[in-house]
Design a binder for this molecule. Sequence first.
Ligand SMILES: [Zn+2]
Length: 104
Amino acid sequence: MPNCENCGQKWPWKTVVKNTVKLSNKTKCPYCEKTQYLIPKSRKRTAIFSYMPAFLIITLTLILDLDGWGIFFLAAALMIVFLGLYPFMMKLSNDDHMPTYKMQ
Ligand SMILES: [Zn+2]
């Protein structure tokens, strides 16, 4: 779970996920109110992470011979799992070190 670079407090999972859903990488620390930037721990890992759900959906659809609702529920379940894991891949920073980084 990411720690605030300013005060060192661990952010709650909920705060990180809320920002992920809002597609924002800039947010105020709930403890010290200083603006923090969410940056990926490693760019490579985040890239793999963004392609993984799509890859899994396609593979599992073919293996399990799913259609319609099956694919829908599989996609929804994977999204919940990945959203749950996402905060562990992120790190907080006082500055936006990667202005070119785009949230996907
Ligand atoms: Zn803080």
